[in-house]
Design a protein around this ligand. Structure first.
Ligand SMILES: N[C@@H](CCC(=O)N[C@@H](CS)C(=O)NCC(=O)O)C(=O)O
Length: 201
């Protein structure tokens, strides 16, 4: 199984964290994004959107990080990162989906310029709107997390893996998380899988 990835990629980090949590050995291929290899024809034959991560397993080519997480879960069910109960499985998927609707695009709007673009080219209005949307989402999550250690079934699940790489940038985004979100984020980011994949930038 080959994972096309980049050490600075938040979405790819979800997958490398899952592999560590499950003890799966993935052959990793670092896509040279600085040299725009991800936009080249050869890579776009694998991933038509020109993004990382991409997972290749025989004939199967997956280029959506949450689909990759679910595939790894099905192929390597132990240790489980999705609960058995149907309601809890649905809750896990709901939170993964909400993460990608309510948090990850907004986070990218702020952190991509902050990490990679000179300040005079930042779109401050878009970044401020994204920050407000994130804060509104975190307030909802905070209520969801009241009295809980993890989002679903009191277990670390794919829902946490979806969130972890993005919540690592709350500081860079200058967002002070509400209390339950703050302690939940600290718990997931303290795991060895998160520590081992911390991006250099
Ligand atoms: N929805 C995709 C998003 C992947 C994504 O946006 N990856 C970023 C790196 S974190 C990327 O490759 N960006 C390059 C580009 O969009 O040109 C997923 O979940 O895998």
């Amino acid at each position: 199984m080959k994972l096309y990835t980049h050490p600075l990629s938040t979405y790819a980090r979800r997958v490398t964290m899952a592999a560590l949590e499950k003890g799966i050995e993935l052959e990793t291929v670092v896509v040279d994004m600085a040299a725009r290899e991800h936009r080249g024809e050869a890579y776009k034959k694998l991933n038509p959107y020109g993004r990382v991560p991409t997972l290749v397993d025989g004939d199967l080519v997956l280029y959506e990080s949450t689909a990759i997480l679910e595939y790894l879960e099905d192929r390597f069910p132990s240790p489980p990162l999705v609960p058995e109960d149907a309601a809890d499985r649905a809750r896990t998927r709901m939170h993964m989906k909400l993460c990608d609707l309510q948090l990850t695009p907004q986070t990218s709007t702020i952190i991509f310029p902050k990490r990679f673009i000179p300040k005079d080219r930042w779109r401050l209005d878009a970044m401020e709107k994204a920050k407000q949307e994130i804060e509104a989402h975190l307030a909802i999550l905070d209520r969801e997390l009241e009295g809980k250690t993890w989002l679903v079934a009191e277990r670390f699940t794919l829902a946490e893996l979806a969130y972890a790489p993005f919540l690592d940038f709350l500081g860079l985004m200058e967002i002070a998380p509400p209390p339950n979100v703050g302690s939940w984020a600290a718990r997931m980011l303290a795991r060895p899988s998160a520590q081992a994949t911390k991006p250099p930038l």
